[in-house]
Design a protein around this ligand. Structure first.
Ligand SMILES: Cc1ncc(COP(=O)(O)O)c(C=O)c1O
Length: 464
């Protein structure tokens, strides 16, 4: 294995032979395997041939503190030496999970009562759904089980979380979504706004659509509304003016639980500690993961307020137990790493750094919206942003099949040593939160070069 891991071609060959990858064309991977990443340093990663890349999406929007934070490694080692594993089933507990729960409840933007730990965003969303159904039964509202989420929302891939997700490829051939999962229009003004409609009027229309759906289904059957403060994997969609302000009273009116999926937005991504703060959202439940541990170890959390917790507590008392949990939920080593992430964020005043560097990040992103004929919309907030590519800015369309333009730009960018994310014809950026202004320039200087190259190739007929 020593010899093999020094040989990039061989590793790729072994990858093709032995691995089936998530979100990858399994047939195509048989031809040559995937890019093998060997090591990380700060906001950079190196592939197995030694080529250096600026990781402009922080892995999967998740490695907030970069790829070589010594303190996180030391925190994991310290905890592993003391107690590498213990569970929290059947009235057992351990200090890292208790401390992390207390810290998260303390930092929550609205009063929260309890934390429950899981291992991934998908598990956390599945758990939240089960809690919500359990609560409805506890309250004698057995019909209140339907869940509303948004088209283009991403909430994960387990059976219930994938049902929440509003992206068709995540349902196709999986026989999903499950019944009772309802999807409403994505709050994307650029794509969904009507001619002459103001952003505020667009928000009113979407909220009216949601209320009409609730009334058509029967308010007594609708249990919860799940949403990301900023939609990530659906294309970095920042909600329009007035959306959350108008929506929340409607949910309250019908007794519908609001769940903020902060898996991407949490821990600084949108310029506040939580996306809920950036957009004035007051959730009853919050879903946290990814930057919670800077993704060094798997961990996720559900926070819930008393309105959610109290009926669940009663029901579990009547039954004898809340019969749900994962062997590794809140693993002490993962929890110790998450605590250290919070320590680092506090000690280094990372929020001040994010506020400062994101001004430059957003300015560079939006400048491309003005300067490039290929950018239909430049959008984002804090340290998350996207460029939606078109060839006709007025018609907001591309002359090529969906994905061809951005896919080509994405490959050119990768050749230049920048890893972005491509979703349809949208290029997304969500770099580690420790990125500097100079490193922001490294990303957008190269993006600019790539867009100019693609413009030239379109003009000369080379890009077909
Ligand atoms: C908003 C959101 N929720 C949930 C998930 C699912 O998380 P995981 O991949 O850890 O299951 C993701 C993953 O990208 C996400 O972006």
């Amino acid at each position: 294995m020593e010899k093999i891991s020094n040989d990039a071609d061989t590793l790729e060959m072994l990858d093709a032979r032995y691995l089936m990858h998530p979100f990858t064309d399994a047939r195509a991977n048989l031809q040559g395997g995937s890019m093998v990443i060997d090591r990380g340093e700060g906001i950079f990663v190196y592939d197995s041939s030694g080529k250096k890349y600026l990781e402009a999406v922080a892995g999967l929007w998740s490695v907030g503190l970069g790829f070589s934070e010594r303190r996180l490694i030391d925190a994991a080692v310290r905890q592993m030496e003391k107690l590498p594993y213990y569970h929290t089933f059947t009235k057992k507990s351990h200090a890292p999970q208790i401390e992390l729960a207390a810290r998260l409840i303390e930092m929550a933007p609205v009063p929260m009562s309890k934390a429950f730990f899981t291992n991934s965003g998908s598990e956390a969303n599945d758990t939240a759904i089960k809690m919500i159904w359990y609560r409805s039964n506890a309250m004698g509202e057995e019909k209140r089980k339907k869940i509303i989420s948004r088209k283009r929302g991403y909430h994960g891939i387990t059976i219930a979380a994938a049902s929440l997700t509003g992206i068709s490829v995540d349902h196709q051939s999986f026989d999903l979504p499950l019944p009772g999962f309802l999807h409403v229009t994505a709050p994307h003004y650029y794509r969904e706004g009507q001619e002459g409609e103001s952003e505020d009027a667009f928000s009113t229309r979407l909220v009216n659509e949601i209320e009409a759906l609730i009334l058509a289904e029967g308010p007594e059957t609708v249990a919860a509304f799940f949403a990301e403060p900023v939609m990530g994997a659906g294309g970095v969609i920042v909600p329009p003016d007035g959306y959350w302000e108008k929506l929340q009273p409607i949910l309250k009116k019908y007794g519908i639980i609001l769940v903020a999926d902060e898996v991407i937005c949490g821990f600084g991504r949108t310029g506040c500690m939580f996306g809920s703060q950036t957009f004035g959202i007051e959730p009853d439940m919050m879903i946290l993961s990814k930057q919670l541990s800077s993704s060094y170890l798997p961990i996720s959390a559900i926070l819930m307020n008393d309105m959610v917790f109290e009926p669940i507590a009663d029901e579990s008392h009547a039954i004898g137990a809340f019969a749900h949990g994962f062997t590794n939920g809140g693993n002490p080593t993962a929890a110790a790493v998450a605590i250290e992430v919070l320590n680092i964020m506090e000690e280094r005043d990372l929020m001040a750094h994010i506020k400062d560097v994101s001004i430059h990040f957003q300015a560079r992103l939006r400048a491309l919206g003005m300067s490039s004929t290929l950018v239909g919309e430049a959008r984002g907030v804090g340290l998350i942003g996207a460029l939606e590519l078109v060839t006709d800015k007025v018609a907001r369309s591309s002359a090529w099949p969906v994905g061809q333009l951005a896919g080509y730009a994405f490959n050119l960018l990768e050749n230049k040593g920048v890893i972005a994310r491509v979703m349809g014809d949208t290029l997304a950026f969500s770099p580690p939160l420790i990125i500097t202004r100079e490193q922001v320039d490294m990303i957008f200087d190269r993006v600019e070069q790539v867009l100019v190259q693609v413009e030239n190739e379109i003009r000369s007929g080379k890009f077909q």
